[in-house]
Write a protein that binds this ligand. Structure first.
Ligand SMILES: [Zn+2]
Length: 251
C-alpha cells in the first residue's frame, strides 16, 4: 500500500478536476475526496482490533464492486439532497444541477483510484494484489508496474503506528509526493481544457450556457414583467429610449 500521501493527493486531483462538489467549502470538499480515496484502507481496522492489522487487508473493499457501492450510496444521497434543496447548492439543484450519474461516477472513481494506486505499489507480504473483481472472482490481482515502494509496517496492532515512523517510510512518502506532483500538474492542465475532450464536461463541469440558463430561470421567478415599470427597475436602455421617444412624439 502507498501511504495516505499518494491517495490523498489523488483525491485532491479529482476534487480539482470535477465540478461535482461534495461540500460547499473548498477545504471540506477536498477533505471528503481525499477520505474517499483512502477509504478502502478501512480494512486495516477489523484486523487492528484482533491484533493483526494486515489480516483483512486487500480483501473485499479493495474491489471495483466496493467502489461502485460507495458511488451508488453517495450518488443517491447527493442527488436527493439537490432535488430537495430549496437553496440550490452552489448554483446546482433543481435548476439543472448534476443528477445521480455525475455523483455516482465521480465518487466511484475517487474510491477506485485507491485500487489503481495500490496496483502500482510493491506488495511486501502475501497475498500479493487484491480481490479486484470480488464477488465474481476471488482471485488476487496485481501488476508488475510498481512505481510506489512498499511501506515498512508491523503486523502487530501494538507496534503498528510506531513502526510507520521510520526514516525509510519518510523516503517512501517523499517518493509518493514526487510521483504525484506531475500527475497533479497534468490534471490541472486537462481540467482547463474546454470542449468534448475536457474533463469539465465528462465529470460534470457545467458550461457557461448552462449557468446562464439557471440565471434566466431564477430571474423568471421574479416575474419582472408583471411589476409596474417604476417598481421593476430593470428596464433596458433601449426600453427607456423608446419610451422617451414615444413621450416626445405625444407632446
Ligand atoms: Zn489500500
Amino acid at each position: 500500500m502507498p501511504l495516505p500521501v499518494a491517495h490523498s493527493l489523488m483525491g485532491y486531483a479529482i476534487a480539482k478536476t470535477t465540478k461535482v462538489r461534495l461540500a460547499r467549502k473548498n477545504w471540506l470538499n477536498v477533505l471528503i475526496f481525499a477520505t474517499l480515496a483512502n477509504l478502502p484502507d478501512i480494512d486495516f481496522l477489523p484486523g487492528f482490533l484482533v491484533g493483526e492489522p494486515n489480516r483483512y487487508h486487500h480483501f473485499l473493499v479493495h474491489s471495483i464492486s466496493f467502489a461502485l457501492c460507495i458511488g451508488l450510496i453517495g450518488g443517491m444521497i447527493f442527488w436527493q439532497r439537490n432535488r430537495n434543496s430549496a437553496n440550490p447548492h452552489l448554483g446546482y439543484g433543481n435548476a439543472g444541477g448534476p443528477g445521480f450519474w455525475p455523483y455516482f461516477l465521480t465518487i466511484s472513481l475517487a474510491v477506485f483510484s485507491h485500487c489503481i494506486l495500490d496496483l502500482l505499489t510493491e506488495d511486501s507480504a502475501p497475498p500479493y494484489g487484491m480481490v479486484l473483481f470480488w464477488p465474481f472472482d476471488m482471485g488476487y490481482y496485481d501488476t508488475d508496474w510498481h512505481f510506489f515502494t512498499a511501506v515498512d509496517k508491523s503486523n502487530v496492532s501494538a507496534t503498528f503506528f510506531t513502526s510507520l515512523l521510520t526514516w525509510y517510510n519518510f523516503k517512501v512518502a517523499l517518493r509518493e509526493f514526487l510521483i504525484m506532483l506531475p500527475v497533479i500538474g497534468l490534471v490541472k492542465i486537462i481540467s482547463r481544457l474546454k470542449g468534448p475532450f475536457g474533463w469539465r464536461r465528462i465529470l460534470g463541469r457545467h458550461s457557461a450556457a448552462d449557468i446562464k440558463k439557471t440565471q434566466v430561470a431564477t430571474l423568471g421567478l421574479l416575474k419582472v414583467s408583471s411589476l409596474p415599470p417604476w417598481l421593476s427597475g430593470r428596464r433596458s436602455l433601449a426600453t427607456v429610449l423608446t419610451e422617451n421617444r414615444e413621450e416626445a412624439q405625444h407632446e
